[in-house]
Design a protein around this ligand. Structure first.
Ligand code: S3P
Length: 170
């Protein structure tokens, strides 16, 4: 943990856990800037995440994701919504920890995530229910390494924000 705790809040969790929606609301509530990592990648590349995966592959995506993460973390204070896979890449996890920013896992059940992602085809890693479940289970041990956990099942984004504010992160 860095000695100087940076005023950064990283929201992490699986696809569909509400990182972007909750992040925007949380940032507004705190009067802090909001950075959506996927959106900055798309703006920087002039392509959607799906197009980047299809044209350049996942390893390339992970490279630019790491660069976007380090760049975004220069803004302080800020609420940063990570992509579903950002935190589970070891170099990212180590980098985030080195900033001393707060890491909050938006914990959501597989059933609810499936419901929320069904019918949305902009996620290259949402192929079929089996691989979705497999990826979810692979990633759970990493998500559990977050400093804070907020249960989001059946919660409206505003309620999730209330829960985060009650954590008294800073
Ligand atoms: C990914 C999740 C996506 C996006 C990319 C990879 C993942 O973000 O970063 O498709 O590895 O789970 P969301 O969690 O915002 O969908």
């Amino acid at each position: 943990m860095a000695r100087h705790r940076k005023k950064l809040i990283y929201l992490l969790g699986f696809m569909g856990s509400g990182k972007s929606t909750v992040g925007k609301l949380l940032a507004r509530n705190m009067g802090w800037p909001f950075i959506d990592l996927d959106a900055t990648i798309e703006a920087g590349q002039g392509a959607t995440i799906r197009q980047i995966f299809e044209q350049d592959g996942e390893p390339f995506f992970r490279q630019i994701e790491h660069a976007a993460l380090t760049e975004a973390s220069k803004t302080e204070p800020a609420v940063i919504a990570l992509g579903g896979g950002t935190w589970v890449q070891e170099p990212n996890l180590e980098f985030i920890r080195s900033t001393g920013g707060a890491t909050i896992w938006l914990d959501c059940s597989l059933e609810e995530l499936r419901r929320r992602c069904a019918g949305i085809d902009d996620r290259p890693l949402f192929r079929d229910p089996e691989s979705f479940a497999q990826l979810f289970n692979q990633r759970l041990p990493y998500y559990r390494l977050a400093e804070f956990r907020v249960a989001t099942d059946g919660q409206a984004p505003e309620e999730v924000v209330e829960r985060i504010l009650r954590l008294k992160v800073f």
